[in-house]
Design a protein around this ligand. Structure first.
Ligand SMILES: *Cc1c(COP(=O)(O)O)cnc(C)c1O
Length: 442
């Protein structure tokens, strides 16, 4: 059976293109192109056969099918030939059973999908493996592509730089100066990308990279490019697979440019269309109150969308005021009976630290999602008997400045209720014993 996929304008199904064309937007200049799949062809396998195939490929040594993305290749990008696939065996990250944190906040059936336990430390790897593989195939077929480029809040650039380096394709990275963590800044530098640090914010970098990639030899790797959505789509499918194909009541995730929530919904809708699930979970998007255009729109029933000027937030990867995937995210939220919640800097920092006390190591964005979960529980939107999965989007180790600042009590607007600074002592046995006794008793 041959499977097929193509770009289709979200406003006009008659407008379609090959995924190997250099094109990112509809003719109307406004809508985005979605990757569509031949669902009828995919029905040649039953739901149970797809489940069995995906289970059997998990962690397989048969390249590239052991990857969490390429194990679902037929659903993601069937037209990419295996020899062009640039994979680091991304995906299949742990679904952490967070029952201890769950008990503490009053939601025992709580799970955290650790997407940050990935090659470059964030879920962005899942999308980038697809995009860079498609570009590799385009170059192999003679397309004159000189480089791949993106604007980034830090994680997209790390992923693009790593996959492009592996594929020997030059990468150009536009970063807002002093607005990404040290770890995020050094990743593309180490991978040999051309790193341009601009005196603006993410939205400012995005404007420039859009102009830059009007040149068709510089290929745009931001999530406006729907190829990334196809890879990220496997997160929701993977969560349900890890729950033995059971559907949680809620999936909660931090949201900035709104590509990931769109991807989550797209994967789940495909599972429903192919009979792997019989109903949809609900989705909760979490935003920082300092960068909350989706929250404001939700409050107005999505009647009107106004970009905001994103203020500084510890959750730097979602400091975005004009999200490119707004329209597709709203479609998803409507289809999934979704809600949007916002959290303050204090709430997100405490939520991350509280979760860390139960063995996690959360990035600030995961703190946003956990903080929103706590608020939605208190409001009774999420019920205490329900099963919820929080998507942890990046690894805490990428955000050491945030962690250190929290535990030293130095973050502006944050009370650091769970601070646990080291005790500085004389090098004396007596002082050590006394300190331990005071702290835990012996
Ligand atoms: C990119 C990113 C997000 C937000 O994803 P969007 O698709 O932009 O909504 C959240 N958390 C982290 C750590 C990210 O890197």
């Amino acid at each position: 059976m041959t499977y097929n996929c193509w770009y289709e304008c979200m406003h006009d199904p008659a407008e379609s293109y090959s995924i190997f064309d250099v094109i990112y937007r509809c003719k109307d200049g406004d809508g985005l192109l979605e990757v569509e799949h031949d669902i009828e062809a995919l029905k040649d396998r039953s739901a149970d056969e797809w489940k069995a195939l995906f289970d059997q490929r998990t962690h397989s040594k048969d390249f590239p099918y052991g990857s969490g993305v390429w194990g679902k290749k037929e659903w993601v990008a069937p037209l990419v030939r295996d020899e062009n696939i640039v994979s680091m065996y991304e995906g299949h990250t742990n679904l952490f059973n967070a029952h201890l944190l769950g008990q503490q906040i009053g939601l025992p059936d709580l799970w955290v999908k650790l997407c940050g336990n990935s090659h470059t430390g964030s879920f962005k790897d899942l999308g980038m493996t697809v995009l860079v593989s498609v570009v590799k195939q385009m170059i192999a077929e003679g397309k004159p592509i000189r480089a791949v480029a993106c604007a980034s809040t830090g994680d997209t650039s790390a992923a693009l730089a790593a996959y492009a380096a592996a594929a020997e394709i030059p990468a150009v990275i536009l970063l807002p100066r002093a607005k990404v963590s040290t770890a995020q800044l050094i990743q593309p530098i180490a991978n040999g990308a051309t790193v341009l640090s601009l005196d603006t914010d993410f939205d400012g970098c995005m404007e420039i990279v859009k102009q830059l990639t009007e040149d068709p030899t510089i290929y745009l790797a931001n999530s406006m490019n729907s190829l990334r959505i196809e890879g990220q789509k496997t997160i929701g499918i993977g969560i349900i697979q890890q729950l033995d194909w059971q559907i949680p009541d809620w999936i909660i995730l931090p949201a900035g440019n709104l590509g990931n929530v769109s991807a989550l919904g797209k994967g789940l809708l495909m599972m429903k269309a192919l009979g792997l699930i019989d109903h949809l979970p609900r989705i909760a998007c979490a935003q920082a109150a300092n960068a909350n255009p989706l929250y404001l729109s939700f409050k107005r029933d999505y009647q009107a969308f106004e970009p905001v000027k994103a203020k500084k937030t510890l959750a730097s990867a979602i400091q975005i005021g004009n999200p490119v995937s707004y329209e597709r995210a709203v479609r998803i939220l409507k289809a999934f009976d979704g809600v949007v919640e916002q959290v303050s800097e204090d709430e997100l920092a405490d939520a991350a630290a509280r979760a860390d006390r139960t063995g996690l190591y959360c990035c600030p964005h995961t703190g946003v999602a956990l903080g929103a979960l706590i608020k939605l529980l208190e409001k009774g939107v999420i019920k205490r008997h329900e099963r919820a999965v929080v998507i942890s989007t990046a690894h805490g180790l990428k955000f050491s400045d945030f962690k250190v600042g929290y535990h030293q009590g130095e973050l502006a607007g944050v009370n650091s209720r769970y601070a646990n600074p080291p005790l500085e002592l004389d090098a004396s046995y007596a002082a050590v014993v006394e300190a331990i006794e005071r702290r835990i008793g012996i």
